[in-house]
Design a protein around this ligand. Sequence first.
Ligand SMILES: *Cc1c(COP(=O)(O)O)cnc(C)c1O
Length: 424
Amino acid sequence: MKLLQSAEDALQLDAADPLQRFRSEFCLPATTGVKEPIYLAGHSLGLAPRAARRFILQDLDDWERMGVAGHHAALQPWIDYAEQAQHGLSLLTGAAAEDVLAMNALTTNLHLLLSSFYRPQGQRTRVMIESGAFSSDRHAIASQIAAQGFDPVDTLVELEPLPGADLIGAEQIDEAIALEGDRLALVLWPGVQYRTGQAFDCARIASAAHTAGAIAGFDHAHAIGNLPLNLMADDADFAVWCSYKYLNAGPGAVGGLFVHPRHAQRPRLAGWWGHESTTRFQMGPHFLAAAGAAGWAVSNPPIFSTAPLLASLQLFAEASIEALRQKSVALTAQLEQQIEAHSANRVMIITPADPAQRGGMLTLRFRGGSAQARRIYDALSASGVTCDWREPDLVRVTPAPLYNSFSDVWRFARRLTAALDAGG
Ligand SMILES: *Cc1c(COP(=O)(O)O)cnc(C)c1O
């Protein structure tokens, strides 16, 4: 890809961008006193789709005007509100609509699915995750292991990168899984690692887990809406995600899950909303699971935290995740090249250079260590850049293809260079 040389070059790419119109479908936050704020934190909290307000107000209106009748009479009836997100989620996940569902939040869904899928037997008790996994995932798994009467110290296997490395190689994962063999009950792996931005070959991990006789579960918090997922082709047993990062569904939004249809008969922690829908309101004592992912629902859906998800999924469907990914690859490549060309040797990008092994995010580390990284981060913030800081020394930056432009990338690189030149 040609290195942008000027703001005009960036504007030309923006003008030729077939997805350009989607930027105006989002609310770009204003930053006081800054001329052109740049939002590059879609990996943390995606921006609000303009339509989110309309979707929420519609439900608020329906509630005010109809009360309980809104369950069936609302414009988007609340009775099957979660199901209305299934089609949009299926386009993003490579799974059939009935095998994905919006429900709860990520960690809750992980607990629910671990209760179905983590069923230690004999010596097959261990769970493998990556070392440095997102704290909540680790807490969920360690507590589930303890609840089964095992000690996480020897039952939770945390795969470390090789000494001095930040990333974990595909062969290394294969070998570690094979080594655990019949002691391994379950592998939980991220599609995209939240700190490094490394994207993994999930089909390969699922295959290695299955060869060892273990379950393959995936945390797609940083993958869904970031790159196309292929849950069925990957042969994942289950997956969970949240919707407030790349899916732009708002703070604390409803999460989601996938269960492979071969697991329809698994035991589960049940609730009335997972009961087969035509007999649910007979309120009988016997639980009859609804078909597909709907059978894992527990409670009736949170309407106001699902409404913005419906708004956002509509935009994803219009833009298509394939076209978004194509733009994302170009934006991130340009971001990488700009950083390398202008900040050379002062900034290290720990995210893989191969586009196939990363999503949209780049994670930066600074030659001058943690203190310098913090100064640079503060200088970027003061200049109107929203990105994020990760202890002890990382700055994460993500251009989101629905609302970021090549001009954003160009301007970010100028501000980064200015912060470095100012002695940051
Ligand atoms: C964002 C994120 C979470 C958040 O969990 P919630 O239950 O939605 O608060 C969990 N795991 C990973 C890997 C994440 O990136």
